[in-house]
Design a protein around this ligand. Structure first.
Ligand code: C2E
Ligand code: MG
Ligand code: MG
Ligand code: MG
Length: 274
């Protein structure tokens, strides 16, 4: 009986592993189809000047409306796309869409695009970016690329050289999710960043956590003394906005100002506000 039970447990485990593997397999097939059939869309979330409230930038955020499952979050399908080798193709689509969309906005409004570490590995990021700029006509100064520390941890001189080249074209470079990784301060000296984005986990805890406020204040001070723009993501409440504004944070992003929306809607809002 004991042996049978053990086997039963074991079978149960294998069965659930199978189910998970099958589920992942299905999602992968669906993602391939989504890319082929154009189910991926790029939406745009406003980033405002915290002092004036004026929109200065929109962040391009991928959306997948699955025909059966509904919305699948990018935290789920972007890692999958990376694993499947699809992120280059998707990255090209996002860059092209974002540059084209920004051409429809007022000239002072920029567009920020997230770039996966894998896009640095395959050697064609620079040409992809230049292509997106030239075919849309968007000036390089209106494009910002958001990277995380994972990019900087890639071995060798490649990411550093690519980042310097992008910057030399006039493209802005933002360090995204700051405070969640190793946040080595030497990164800030060795790479030509133009912006630091404080991760939303710190903003979420701002009210309850004196330690979150300490980190926020330190990062704002550090960024400003290095001459960088400091942005905070995940601002949902006025009290958070007021605190960050008071501490001298440059830009804010969050549901308080607006969620990501299709380009036409985002543009309509911007022109009404202007
Ligand atoms: P991220 O680059 O840090 O983007 C900010 C995330 O915070 C977005 O989640 C945005 O919707 C969310 N957010 C903004 N304001 C608030 C708020 O007030 N409250 C809360 N709770 N959340 C807020 P989203 O769109 O789900 O994207 C998640 C992550 O997926 C992004 O984090 C980024 O790492 C990745 N991602 C999205 N689009 C792309 C893309 O085109 N390429 C790549 N490589 N990654 C992308
Ligand atoms: Mg980002
Ligand atoms: Mg972020
Ligand atoms: Mg993130």
């Amino acid at each position: 009986a004991a042996k049978g039970e053990r086997r039963g447990t074991c079978r149960g485990f294998e069965a659930s592993m199978d189910a998970a593997a099958q589920e992942k397999n299905r999602l992968e097939q669906d993602l391939r189809a989504a890319v082929r059939e154009g189910q991926l869309a790029v939406h745009y979330q406003p980033i405002v000047d915290l002092q004036t409230g004026a929109v200065e930038c929109y962040e391009a955020l991928l959306r997948w409306q699955h025909p059966g499952r509904g919305a699948v979050p990018p935290d789920v399908f972007v890692p999958l796309a990376e694993e499947m080798g699809l992120i280059d193709q998707i990255g090209r689509f996002v860059l092209a869409s974002a540059c084209r969309a920004a051409m429809g906005w007022p000239e002072h409004v920029k567009v920020a695009v997230n770039v996966s570490p894998l896009q640095f590995r395959n050697g064609n990021l620079l040409s992809t970016v230049i292509n997106a700029l030239s075919s849309s006509g968007l000036p390089a100064e209106r494009l910002e690329l958001e990277i995380t520390e994972a990019v900087l941890m890639e071995k060798g001189p490649r990411p550093a050289a690519i980042i310097r080249n992008l910057r030399a074209f006039g493209i802005g470079i933002s360090l995204d999710d700051f405070g969640t990784g190793y946040s080595s301060l030497s990164y800030l000296l060795n790479y030509p960043f133009t912006k630091i984005k404080i991760d939303k986990s710190f903003i979420l805890n701002l009210q309850e956590e004196p330690n979150s406020r300490a980190v926020i204040r330190a990062v704002i001070g550090l960024g400003r003394s290095l001459g960088l723009t400091v942005a905070a993501e995940g601002i949902e409440r006025e009290i958070e906005r007021d605190y960050l504004r008071g501490e001298g944070c440059t830009q804010g992003q969050g549901y308080l100002f607006g969620k990501a929306e299709a380009a036409t809607t985002a543009h309509g809002k911007e022109t009404r506000a202007a």
